[in-house]
Design a protein around this ligand. Structure first.
Ligand code: NVA
Length: 296
């Protein structure tokens, strides 16, 4: 049994295989003649009669929808447990939650705050657990982003992608991916909002063994230079305590202001596409013309 807690737990071969399989399954569905209704299963329905339990300790729109629809398309069924109506919401441990949920399901997706909640749940689960976002990482988002990138810009090999803005959970999973695959990730984050040094150092070491590359840039323009994709995310994530403290929030927004993705910054790229995991705040991390424009 294998969990999917972080991209950094995978081998380069496993991660490439995952991406290839996702492309192939999407293509097979699209090219199978008349468009299928959303919940109609794929011909092979590989997860027929299986149950995915989704545990939400935090809000979700896209992850909830995409996991639910994907499970139906793979032939299986889904069940949702939200913080507000499950016992973990009033203090039951994730270890105990894992035992009962895994006894009554075939796979679990978990979205939570502290990453240790996820590892505790995985440790006590008898079925595979998928990370649906923690404060530390968001691996499934990066699988989706890299698929989208390849659909629009061709194979990742040798391409440059730029992350500009907060060094948050989504950025961490991007760095994990750049450590495994053959592309360059150029990052520009304000000094106080960088990714953890250990993440960067470990990823740089693994990247050296493969053909990936992680470059830390002093300015947004440096990172955007020649990039085939320019990527950002909100400036205050769900897990940021800064969001609850007006002074810290103001300091954060001021530090990130020069990192907004504007049309001028997009023009530094090489016919770059724009990626954002959403939810987006127009006028903060991205100008409306960019996120609502043709390259988005
Ligand atoms: N960095 C964001 C991603 C939301 C999908 C957050 O954690 O809130």
């Amino acid at each position: 049994m294998k969990h999917f807690l972080d991209i950094s737990d995978l081998s380069a071969t496993d991660f490439s295989t995952l991406l290839e399989a996702a492309h192939a399954r999407k293509q097979a569905r699209l090219s199978s003649g008349t468009p299928r209704p959303t919940a109609a299963p794929d011909d092979d329905a590989p997860l027929r009669d299986m149950l995915l339990a989704m545990i939400f300790d935090k809000p979700s729109t896209r992850t909830r929808l995409s996991f639910d629809v994907a499970m139906r398309q793979l032939g299986g069924q889904t069940l949702i447990l939200n913080r507000g109506d499950a016992q973990f919401g009033r203090g039951e441990t994730f270890a105990d939650t894992a035992q009962v949920v895994s006894r009554l399901s075939d796979v679990i997706m978990f979205r939570t705050g502290a990453h240790r909640n996820l590892t505790e749940l995985a440790q006590h689960s008898s079925v595979p657990v998928i990370n649906g976002l923690t404060d530390s990482s968001h691996p499934c988002q990066i699988v989706a982003d890299l698929m989208t990138f390849e659909e629009r810009k061709g194979k990742l090999g040798g391409q440059r992608l730029a992350w500009i803005g907060d060094g948050n959970n989504v950025a961490v999973s991007f760095v994990h991916a750049a450590a495994l695959l053959d592309f360059e990730l150029a990052l520009a984050c304000p000094p106080d909002y960088q990714l953890p040094t250990t993440i960067i150092e470990t990823a740089k070491k693994s990247a050296k063994k493969g053909r990936g590359k992680i470059t830390l840039c002093p300015t947004p323009a440096d990172a955007a230079q020649g990039a085939a994709a320019i990527i950002t995310d909100c400036w205050v994530s769900m897990g940021d305590d800064d969001g609850d403290d007006p002074a810290r929030k103001a300091k954060r927004l001021a530090a990130l202001a020069p990192y907004q993705i504007t049309p001028a910054l997009m023009a530094q790229g090489d016919d770059a596409i724009f990626l954002h995991c959403l939810p987006a705040y127009r006028g903060q991390e991205v100008a409306a013309e960019v996120i609502d424009g043709a390259a988005s």
